[in-house]
Structure formats: structure tokens, C-alpha cells
Design a protein around this ligand. Structure first.
Ligand code: SF4
Length: 720
């Protein structure tokens, strides 16, 4: 970061990294280099950005690390190739797989960091062009449970509320989110609210005593894997403490036991098993703690829940999401300023780029399902392909896709903008599959995954291309192209368009520029309740993002869904959950199920993984930035002093950590902030591949893996 004096012109943009989607101002020098970054005061984040965002200019200065030209693996080594050679080889392999083994033998594994136009095009190419629903990607690993949770409860994916609700909430229920490190500007906003309204309560549920928990009014350090018990118990307390909004419930809510509709009385009966006295021991809490949290949640003027991977990456991830939504419905803490559930997104464009465009194996654009004949027919008409083109069977979800490589069923796969060889759980197992399948990998830097690639394609980075990101609160924001790509790099959209041509799909993929794709997709959205027809390119360039639904160009966008201001709520209605045929949201009866990974005498500790504030995901982008590396240090196991003492480990010692899935050795760090019995590790460091030992069980509904709970044994080691 250099002095502002070097800035010739400022441009509004969006941070490249996380799902907070902060507006940034990019200062370009006379030489057209990104030399300075600051938060955009006019954007939703009001000028606040985190350490990662503040080093975006350093990200663009890593030309020496970039992949600059296409490469083909020959005799085990990647060798420089022309674009034509690389794309021709790719097309040959995909055509061969399609001809010999059919559409199920090819796949696309994408990313919540691609632009909307890129994910949309990949999805269309594979589902309508190759008739393969094997379209999935890393959002499956982080947001799938939230997406299914919303869809089951409200009938539509994506959150009802918005960030502005933080300025009105009197109670924050933060569960499975270390907001301080994961979403720093949002944490800052909570702190501002707390400072101006000191009676605001902050409830933090987390097995770890995180930086977020430090500021809580009540921290509930639940035993890993038990928090379904807590949510059901809090709902028991809502009834016990007369905190249910019976008027709201009678008009807007139905109850369902997962098979059929039931009545409120049956729901009450179901909750009897979750009386605080019955569950407190297993949770590791006291009944009083549970009742206090329930009272604050239910009795506050406005309660906002926020959660992320600690809830989504769980064997009962969907049920947990259902329960969080249900808690708001029962207490009427929804559809007004400050009162809302709001799942926080990990990646910059997981919401807009993947969930909204339907770029997962069971989805089609704008909330449609491949298994639904009406939805398929609608999409076939909109995509102008013959009836019966789209396969009715969902394709492989993320882990199934790599398992299909292990089983030699998936013969050719295009991986874009993501690093599964570092991010998948039970990593060594799925790496075996990557060795067997033909892999084309498009990325900006070499990664653990490019080590397995047969073809590597140089991708454009950030402001080397133009397109739209959609962040957590349904806000679409544009990133404009400010510099040319390095070397021979191309945007992922250009790569897809050229690949489509080589595959003979040029009649299907007719939108070639980012703007052309946006126009096609914007028009298409108007046939759904994800309508953003009113979000034109021109508006995106002028305004600081617009929240959909936004049906026409005069519409200001929708802050809060399912209430007044939402264009789909009928006149005269205060609330209307239009995703459901009867306009009513659903409270499900969701029983707690003990996790598979429980500690034992041979594996007496829980391993849980997460993020640190100064690194992003697998460190592909942030790992080359000195300032961030100084702050984060290297990957390591962090444990409570009590555990370290028992295991005779000191800070800096080497320890072997063993799970059912493997063993890795790494350095030990010790912190009072960790909970006894829980070892924490972050996954950003490619030299410390913690995901090799992480549980690859997954939620049976969302298919999102269970990263958060793995039983392990820890012992002293002498060498790496
Ligand atoms: Fe970027 Fe996320 Fe940091 Fe905002 S919080 S500056 S979007 S990394």
C-alpha cells in the first residue's frame, strides 16, 4: 500500500474475497496499477474493510506467482502450450468421455468466487449442452445446508433480512460463527450497535472461546456436535416462558414433522424431550444458561441470528438451519427491522453466482430443481433447447463427484477457481480420484489441485475482468475491468465460451461477453420470484449494489423479503411467505441425532477447523501476501493449556494428530481461548493439510460435509 499521492483515479468496486461483499474504492496510478485500497463510505459496509480487503493491491502485485500461459502435462510434467492446443485436448477428452460413457462421465466443479456470468454459462453449457447435471462446486462445502434450510422453511432460498438489520437489533444470536475473524466489518457493526445501545444482548454459541465469544453477554460453549439440543431446548423455553407470538403463528406458520402437517400441540409435545434439565448435561451447559438465552432471544424488541460454517458444515446442518428459522417464526422475530435470521456467506459470490444461478447438481437457475418436470420444461423453453434435454436426475454433489473419479466413473472434469485438493475433507482419499480422471484446471496461481491437472488454464484475476457478484444479503454489485490480464490469461467466461465452441455448442452459448450474459440471465430471472430484471448494468455501475427482488428499473430493490416492500407480497398483507402455496412458512419438528464422530478412549479430543482473520480459504490468493502471512503465522494445532499439559506438549512442539481418516503432523500452539477437549486448526496453509484428517461424513439432505467435528488422538512427534 503506497501513499494516496500516487493515486490518479479512484474506482468503486467490490472486495475479491469473502461473502460480506464489502464495497471498496480502488486507487489506480497514472501507470494504471492498483496502488491503494480503502473502504467505500457509500457502500453498505460504510467504509469498513478488514485486513484482507486492505491488501487487495498486494494481491494484484504477484505477477511472478501467476500462471501466465496454458500448460499440458507431458510425461508427468506441465509444459507450455498454446490456447488452441490446451482447449483442443480438453475438448477431445470430453468428447471421448461423452461418446464412450455418456453425460454422467463428465463434470464441472466450480466456485463461489467466479462471477455470476461465469457460473451461469458453465451451468448452461453442462446441463443443456452436455446433458450432464454433474455441475457442483465449493459452495456445496459451505452454504448448501443454509440454502436447503431456507428453501424448506420459506419455499425460497436466500435470506429474508439484510445487514441493515444489525442497526436495529437488540439481541444478536451468533451461533457457529466467529464473526470477529470471519466477517470483521459485520462484527464492527454489531459493536457499534452495542456501543450506542448498551442494553443490546450478544449471545454466542461456540465450543471455542473465540474473539467473538470474548465480547458476548453470554457465551454458551456447547460440546461439539450437540447444538441441535440447544435450539430445540430454547424453543421449549419459548413456550415455557410464554414468548411465542401466537397471533403471528396462527396467520403465517404451519407445523410439519417432516412427513406431514401437524398442529402446534404436537410440536409442544415434541419439545418435551428438550426441557433444559433433560439436555443441559449433554450440551455441557446449565439449564439456567439455556433459559437466559431463550429469554433474551424471545423477549427482545428485535433479535437477529447470524451463523455460518459452524452450523452448515454439520451432519444435521439442514435441521439446524430449519431450527434457526423456526425460532424466529415462533417468536415473531422476523420481517421487521432488526428481527431476522441471516446466514453469513463464506465466499464472495456463493449466493449470487452459484445458488441463484442454480450451479449445483440438483438445481436450475432461480430456485428451480432438475427433478421437477415443470422447472425443466421452463428452463428448456428459456434456454431454447428441445424438450427433454435436461436430465431429470440430479448429478453428483461435490464429494460424490470426486468419489466418482475414485471409482473411475467420472472421466473428465473442468475445475475452475477452486482448490479441492486442499479443501476437500478426507483429502487423500479424493486425491486418488484426481489422479485417475482427466482434469482441466483454470486458476490464477498454481495450487495443490493444479498438481493433479492434465491441462492448466491461466485465468484472469479480479479487476482483470468484469462481472457481477451477489453477496449475503441478496445484493448484486459489479466489478469493472480496470487492467489487462497478465500474460495470456483469459477470464473464466472467455475460457467457457471457447471451450463451448470447441465442443460444438456455439448455438447454445451465444452470449459471449459478460454484459451479454447478464442481459440473458436478467431477462430469464423475470420469469421467477428471484426477479432482478430491474438491475441493469447501468444501474450497477452507478449505484452501490441493488438487492433483489427488483422487478423493474424504477424499483429500489428489496431489503426485507416476505413483508411490505417485497414486490411479491400482496397489497394489504404484513407478511406473506410466497414460496409456499399457502403463503405460510413451516416450522419443522427436527429431532436431535448424536454425531457419528464421538470422542472415545482412543480418540479423546475433538478437532474442529475454521478461519483466521488474515487468510482466505486455502490461501491461494492471500498466501503470497507477506503482511497477511506475518499476521497469521503458519498452519498449526491450537489447544487449551490443560490438554497440552496432559499430553506433555509445549508451544512449538511437533504433534501427530490422528483420526479415522489419517494422520498429520504439525506444530502445536497453546491458547486459553480454546476449550479443553477441542483442538482447533485452520485450513489455509498448503504445507499443513489439515483436511487430510477431517471427517467426510455429510448432511444427508444438503450433502454438505461435516468439517466441524472429528474425533482425534494427539501425541508428541519428533519430526514432520
Ligand atoms: Fe473483503 Fe470480506 Fe474483508 Fe470485506 S470482510 S474486506 S469482503 S475479506
Amino acid at each position: 500500500i503506497v501513499d494516496e499521492g500516487d493515486v490518479d483515479k479512484w474506482h468503486k468496486s467490490v472486495c475479491r474475497y469473502c461473502g460480506t461483499g464489502c464495497g471498496v474504492m480502488l486507487g489506480m496510478s497514472k501507470e494504471n496499477q492498483l496502488v491503494r485500497v480503502r473502504g467505500d463510505q457509500e457502500a453498505h459496509n460504510k467504509g469498513v474493510i478488514c485486513i484482507k480487503g486492505s491488501t487487495l493491491s498486494n494481491l494484484m502485485k504477484q505477477e511472478d506467482r501467476r500462471i501466465k500461459y496454458p500448460m499440458i502435462r507431458k510425461n508427468g510434467k506441465l509444459e507450455r502450450a498454446t490456447w488452441d492446443e490446451a482447449l483442443s485436448l480438453m475438448a477431445d477428452k470430453f468428447k471421448e468421455a461423452l461418446a464412450e460413457n455418456g453425460p454422467e462421465s463428465v463434470g464441472y466443479y466450480g466456485s463461489g468466487q467466479l462471477l455470476i456470468e461465469e457460473s451461469y454459462t458453465a451451468n448452461k453449457l453442462f446441463k443443456a449442452g452436455f446433458k450432464s447435471n454433474n455441475v457442483d462446486g465449493n459452495p456445496r462445502l459451505c452454504m448448501a445446508s443454509a440454502a436447503v434450510g431456507y428453501t424448506q422453511t420459506f419455499g425460497k432460498d436466500e435470506p429474508p433480512g439484510c445487514y441493515e438489520d444489525m442497526d436495529h437489533a437488540d439481541c444478536f444470536f451468533l451461533i457457529g460463527s466467529n464473526t470477529y475473524e470471519g466477517h470483521p466489518p459485520l462484527w464492527e457493526r454489531i459493536m457499534i450497535r452495542k456501543k450506542s445501545h448498551p442494553n443490546t444482548k450478544i449471545i454466542v454459541v461456540d465450543p471455542r472461546y473465540t474473539k467473538t465469544a470474548e465480547k458476548a453477554d453470554i457465551h454458551l460453549p456447547v460440546v461439539p456436535g450437540t447444538d441441535m439440543l440447544l435450539l430445540n431446548s430454547m424453543m421449549y423455553c419459548f413456550i415455557e416462558q410464554d414468548l411465542c407470538d401466537t397471533d403471528f403463528i396462527s396467520k403465517n406458520v404451519t407445523f410439519n414433522d417432516g412427513k406431514s402437517a401437524v398442529d402446534f400441540e404436537k410440536f409442544k409435545l415434541f419439545l418435551e424431550d428438550y426441557k433444559p434439565e433433560k439436555v443441559a448435561d449433554e450440551l455441557g451447559l446449565t439449564p439456567r444458561q439455556i433459559r437466559t438465552a431463550a429469554y433474551w432471544f424471545g423477549a427482545s424488541k428485535a433479535t437477529m441470528s447470524m451463523w455460518t460454517m459452524g452450523i452448515n458444515q454439520r451432519a444435521q446442518g439442514v435441521f439446524l438451519n430449519n431450527n434457526l428459522n423456526s425460532m424466529h417464526l415462533l417468536t415473531g422475530q422476523i420481517n421487521r427491522p432488526g428481527a431476522t435470521p441471516l446466514s453469513l456467506t463464506g465466499q464472495s459470490n456463493a449466493c449470487g453466482g452459484v445458488r441463484d444461478t442454480g450451479s449445483l447438481s440438483h438445481l436450475l437457475p432461480n430456485g428451480r430443481l432438475v427433478a421437477n418436470p415443470t422447472h425443466r420444461a421452463e428452463m428448456e423453453k428459456l434456454w431454447k433447447v428441445p424438450a427433454g434435454t435436461i436430465n431429470p436426475k440430479p448429478g453428483y454433489h461435490a464429494l460424490a463427484m470426486f468419489q466418482a473419479m475414485v471409482d473411475e466413473k467420472l472421466k473428465a472434469c473442468l475445475i475452475m477457481c477452486t482448490n479441492p485438493a486442499q479443501s476437500l475433507p478426507n483429502n487423500d482419499h479424493y486425491r486418488e480420484g484426481m489422479k485417475k480422471s482427466f482434469l482441466a484446471v483454470a486458476d490464477i496461481f498454481e495450487t495443490e489441485t493444479t498438481k493433479f491437472a492434465d491441462v492448466v488454464l491461466p485465468a484472469a484475476l479480479y479487476i482483470e475482468k468484469e462481472g457481477v457478484y451477489g453477496q449475503t444479503e441478496r445484493r448484486y454489485q459489479i466489478i469493472e475491468k480496470l487492467v489487462d490480464p497478465v500474460g495470456e490469461a483469459k477470464s473464466d467466461l472467455e475460457i467457457l465460451v471457447e471451450f463451448a465452441k470447441k465442443m460444438g455448442q456455439d448455438k447454445l452459448i451465444t452470449a459471449h461477453t459478460s454484459e451479454e450474459v447478464w442481459e440473458e440471465y436478467r431477462e430469464l430471472s423475470s420469469h421467477s420470484k428471484y426477479n432482478f430484471k430491474g438491475i441493469t448494468r447501468e444501474r450497477l455501475k452507478k449505484e452501490r449494489g441493488i438487492q433483489w427482488p427488483c422487478p423493474d428499473e424504477n424499483h429500489p430493490g428489496t431489503k426485507r423479503r416476505y413483508t411490505k416492500g417485497d414486490p411479491f407480497v400482496p397489497e394489504g398483507k404484513d407478511h406473506y411467505f410466497y414460496g409456499k402455496p399457502d403463503g405460510k412458512a413451516v416450522v419443522f419438528l427436527r429431532p436431535y441425532k448424536r454425531v457419528k464422530e464421538v470422542t472415545s478412549t482412543t480418540k479423546p479430543l475433538y478437532l474442529t477447523t475454521g478461519r483466521v482473520v488474515s487468510q482466505w480459504h486455502t490461501g491461494t490468493m492471500t498466501g503470497g501476501i507477506k503482511e497477511l502471512n506475518i499476521q497469521s503465522g503458519g498452519g498449526r494445532f491450537i489447544m487449551h493449556p490443560e490438554d497440552a499439559r496432559r499430553l506433555k506438549l509445549k508451544k512449538g512442539d511437533l504433534a501427530s494428530v490422528q483420526s479415522t481418516y489419517g494422520t498429520i503432523t504439525g506444530h502445536v500452539d497453546i491458547s486459553e481461548n480454546e476449550t479443553p477437549g477441542v483442538v482447533f486448526a485452520s485450513f489455509y496453509d498448503p504445507k499443513f493439510l489439515v483436511n487430510k484428517i477431517v471427517n467426510d461424513d455429510y448432511d444427508p439432505i444438503s450433502k454438505e460435509p461435516v468439517y466441524k467435528v472429528t474425533a482425534v488422538n494427539v501425541s508428541k512427534a519428533t519430526s514432520l
